[in-house]
Design a protein around this ligand. Structure first.
Ligand SMILES: *Cc1c(COP(=O)(O)O)cnc(C)c1O
Length: 384
């Protein structure tokens, strides 16, 4: 949805009212689900509704969710995709063969693995760099003149923080677009476009939907008339990576409580981070809300209302001790993913053994349960 009306309302109000979406036909305060894949024309062969011709190009339920996300992100335009990875792919498919890209190292493993393969097949020079180190990012930009600079902040599962405004300055200095995977923050805690990013990407499967029951992704653009935005929109339409109406409707429903959920998840995670920091069985806690975290100051500057529900910690005693603790957990589900109302735990080293993840690292996605119950579960699992 292009150019949503500018709103001075707070994100809690925008989200609760789904950016004003109702069902005009019935008076329903909730929008209807429109499942039609094709739309009729009149006797003169003009579409009855010029906005709707065929579902792959126009989807009213997606437009509602896109309008809401645009308002939350402060974006000119948002496009939904059937997964976060489809959104990642949509960005990289705009890069010409033979050019180069700079991508943050040690980010979401699925992104890294797909980009490596894609760049190899397309003869694109991929430069992976520790983007939370400004000198390293600056050098990579100046040396390689990339088309795209891709960062993820906070990063998953290392919780590294990259200064978005600084990264935007460096990217723009060499004519690159800055794309930020802001999945762990959600549009409630961080609006990267306001710090100079060109595109914000989300796995909407995570906090944005928040109930572990919709797979979706999004790209929110600072400028709707930028050639890259046109390319992405045309490719989505023609190549068909569109989100179905039911998923889009569920996403809108989930987003109504997004600010509430992010606030509670952040509060719980902050409290658990402090608890784990003091725990004798714990070696290290990675959470940007901790004052000693390397990215705390930057995170405090570019995030508002909390530091998110994603938290990693390292158990003393390596893989064996970590897996023993995980096996004892009763409230934290042993499952991948993040951002849902229910808390999850993951032993990332089992999933990606060769990427430098500490063997004792456990990644928590902290939900909205009572924090004392969560502490109790971690305590008994770690052996007090
Ligand atoms: C999950 C995730 C993705 C991929 O999204 P899907 O919806 O699973 O395709 C991308 N980036 C981050 C940070 C993620 O956590």
């Amino acid at each position: 949805m292009a150019n949503p009306p500018k709103s001075n309302l707070s994100s809690a109000t925008i989200a609760a009212q789904a950016a004003g979406a109702t069902d005009a036909e019935t008076g329903g305060v909730v929008p209807a689900v429109h499942m039609a894949t094709t739309f009729a024309r009149d006797e003169n062969y003009a579409p009855l509704n010029a906005q709707n011709v065929y579902l792959r190009s126009h989807n009213e339920n997606a437009r509602v969710a896109e309008r809401l996300l645009s308002q939350l992100e402060g974006a000119a335009e948002t496009l939904l995709f059937p997964s976060g990875m489809a959104a990642v792919a949509a960005v990289f498919r705009t890069v010409s063969n033979g050019s180069s890209v700079v991508v943050q190292s040690q980010i979401y493993w699925g992104t890294t693995a797909w980009i490596r393969d894609f760049c190899t097949r397309r003869d694109i020079a991929l430069h992976e760099v520790e983007a939370s180190d400004p000198a390293a990012l600056d050098a990579a930009c100046k040396t390689h003149s990339p088309a795209i600079v891709w960062i993820e902040t906070p990063s998953n599962p290392w919780l590294r923080i990259t200064d978005i405004a600084q990264a935007a300055h460096m990217a723009h200095g060499v004519g690159a677009k800055l794309v930020v995977d802001s999945t762990a923050a959600s549009p409630v805690l961080s609006q990267p476009l306001s710090h100079g990013a060109d595109i914000v990407m989300h796995s909407a499967t995570k906090g944005i939907n928040g109930h572990s029951d919709v797979l979706a992704g999004s790209l929110s653009m600072a400028a709707a008339d930028d050639p890259i935005s046109h390319m992405i929109l045309a490719d989505r339409d023609m190549a068909g990576a569109v989100l179905g109406p039911m998923e889009a409707w569920l996403l809108t429903r989930g987003m109504r409580t997004l600010p509430l959920r992010m606030r509670e998840m952040s509060r719980n995670a902050q409290s658990l981070a402090g608890y784990l920091l003091d725990h004798p069985a714990v070696e290290d806690v990675l959470y940007p809300g901790l004052p000693d975290h390397a990215g705390h100051e930057i995170a405090a500057r570019q995030m508002t209302g909390g530091f998110g529900g994603l938290l990693s910690f390292v158990v003393k005693g390596g893989a064996e001790a970590a897996l023993r603790a995980v096996g004892r957990m009763q409230l934290f589900h042993r499952a991948t993913s993040l951002g849902g109302v229910e808390s999850l735990v993951e032993h990332r080293h089992t999933i990606e053994p060769h990427t430098g993840i500490p063997e004792g690292l456990l990644r928590l996605s902290v939900g909205i349960e009572d924090v004392e119950d969560l502490k109790g579960d971690l305590g008994q699992a770690l052996g007090q």
